[in-house]
Ligand binder design. Structure first.
Ligand code: MCA
Ligand code: AMP
Length: 488
């Protein structure tokens, strides 16, 4: 296969990466990643301490150049989740910035510090050309159990990024602005590898802020913005009092939202204040990107658009029967199933889960429920699994939080649900039966416990104490009864 990063084979002095004051040109990136890559060749897999820094971008590019799969880690990862990922992916080394302090478990691994400045003259070896070779292992939550490692090949990365380039007319002239975390597909694959594959620039904000977007988009050069709906919600909230922000958004070429549904209300507020339509695209860690509203098409809030080039998409009913074009009526709901070069290779060490994720005829079951319009546009209407929560664009399994809560000495029983939230889309609610009804643990202590075991974004934002969990005759917790207002 051709190089993942053609712009690195004859690197120019054009900017490639900007993280705050830290800017790297393509020449500097080629030198830094070229110097690091040979040191990674025998590592098996490399963990990447995925801080929002140039070190992370250089480390991942070096791993890709070396043909060694990279496993990005949330730098706020908790103890239990880290132990699982390290046990599952068995990295031979961990890439980190020279100043980073690594937590126990990771600190004992051989460490490779990423230098973003290498001496000139480091020769860049050709990229490995096996398209099916694993490039990344990205962990994603399921309904129960610990997260699964999604193995993504070089072929999948290239196919998905090129399909997006076609849909979005994305070129080397684009300057992408975002503040997404770099341990998931959205921020890392679309947000860093995307611009680098095009030969364009990424400006990372270090973390999302309304001020950062206002400063970098538009006049300052940023042409595209990527964000999760929570970020667009925060922009929509700020717009009425911030004419400079409205100008920046209005001047951008493309505003793209993904990872969860962007509420129509936020779409409309942004359109009213800026005259610009946010484009939605739909993807998944396992599939990378499946659909997008094509650039330049009429606004259709609530729609995730059409299948991208190379992606086949169908809707299937509960019994497996596939909905025909006559059911593309904007009303008939089915599960989205997809096929194409954008798909993952397997769940790491989980042949059972990999097999279960596909239909007998080889289509990936997304678990997302949708309708199609007569012209093929897809509208997502819900999710098959109620135990998957999307909060701030992060997918979080109710089961992993319940297990973490049950480890707390003050908890006898626990159930976790997602409640609608104007900012986060859904917020995590923990329903807890305390071990001692007269001395329930503090809600903050339970949130801190989950944050320390799993990750801060998995912490419950609300804790409700109950004398008992509602259960059916089989003893199964009735989550529906928990979600309805209980009057407590
Ligand atoms: C608060 N904090 C705590 C605690 N409470 N830390 C430890 N223990 C606690 N008890 C800290 C947090 O770590 C954080 O620190 C700060 O307080 C604020 O936290 P929080 O309130 O959780 O942040 P937020 O404001 O709610 O975050 C909103 C967000 C974030 C910025 C939108 O949710 C986000 O970045 N989402 C992006 C998710 C994403 O990229 N998903 C893509 C996956 P500090 O501020 O210092 O960090 S989906 C995907 O990849 C597919 C393919 C797709 O389609 O895109
Ligand atoms: P993840 O597993 O973190 O990669 O999240 C993938 C899930 O995010 C999908 O299965 C969808 O449920 C959801 N998702 C991603 N993009 C969108 C979107 N534009 N609209 C609605 N849901 C989305």
């Amino acid at each position: 296969m051709t190089a993942l990063f053609p712009a690195l084979t004859a690197p120019s002095g054009r900017p490639a990466l900007r993280f705050g004051a830290d800017t790297l040109t393509y020449e500097e990136l080629a030198r830094a990643a070229g110097a690091l890559a040979p040191r990674l060749r025998t590592a098996g897999r490399v963990a990447v301490w995925a801080t929002p820094t140039a070190e992370t971008a250089v480390g991942v590019v070096a791993a890709l150049l070396a043909g060694v799969p990279a496993v990005p880690l949330n730098p706020r990862i908790g103890e239990r989740e880290l132990a699982h990922i390290l046990g599952d992916s068995a990295p031979g080394t961990v890439l980190a910035g020279a100043g980073d302090t690594l937590p126990p478990g990771l600190a004992e691994l051989p460490r490779t510090d990423v230098e973003t400045r290498a001496a000139p003259g480091t020769p860049l070896r050709p990229e490995p050309d096996d398209a099916e070779a694993p490039a990344l292992v990205v962990y994603t939550s399921g309904t129960t159990g610990p997260p699964k490692g999604v193995v993504l090949s070089r072929r999948a990365l290239a196919a998905s990024l090129d399909a997006l380039a076609d849909a979005w007319e994305w070129t080397d002239a684009d300057v992408l602005v975002h503040g997404l975390p770099l341990f998931h597909v959205h921020g890392l694959v679309l947000g860093v590898l995307g611009p680098l594959r095009r030969g364009g620039e990424v400006r990372h904000l270090g973390g999302f802020s309304v001020e950062g977007v206002a400063k970098e988009l538009g006049e300052a050069g940023g042409t595209m913005l990527f964000g999760v709906p929570t970020m667009y919600h925060r922009l929509a909230e700020a717009l009425p009092g911030d004419p400079a922000l409205a100008r920046s958004l209005a001047e951008a070429r493309l505003l793209v939202s993904g990872s969860a549904a962007l509420p129509v209300h936020d779409h409309e507020r942004i359109r009213a204040a800026t005259g610009r339509t946010v484009i939605e695209r739909y993807g998944m860690t396992e599939t990378l990107m499946n659909t997008s509203v094509p650039v330049g098409s009429a606004a259709r809030p609530g729609s995730v658009g059409l299948p991208l080039g190379g992606v086949e998409l169908r809707l299937a009913e509960e019994d497996g029967s596939v909905l025909g074009a006559d059911a593309h009526d904007g009303e008939t709901v089915g599960e989205i199933q997809v096929r194409g070069p954008n798909l993952f290779s397997a769940y790491l060490n989980r042949p059972d889960a990999t097999a279960a994720a596909f239909t007998e005829d080889g289509w990936f079951r997304t678990g997302d429920m949708a309708v199609r319009e007569a012209d093929g546009y897809v509208r997502i209407v819900g999710r098959k699994a109620t135990d998957l929560i999307k909060s701030g664009g992060y997918k979080i399994g109710a089961g992993e939080i319940e297990n973490a809560l049950l480890d707390h000495p003050g908890v006898r029983e626990a159930a976790v649900t997602g409640a609608p939230d104007p900012d986060l889309g859904e917020r995590i609610v923990a329903w807890v039966v305390p071990a001692d009804p007269d001395a329930p643990p503090a809600a903050e202590a339970l949130a801190a416990h989950v944050a320390a075991q799993l990750a801060p974004h998995k912490r419950p934002r609300e804790v409700r104490f109950l004398a008992a969990l509602p259960r059916n005759d089989m003893g199964k917790v009735l989550k529906k009864a928990l979600r309805e207002p209980s009057g407590d």
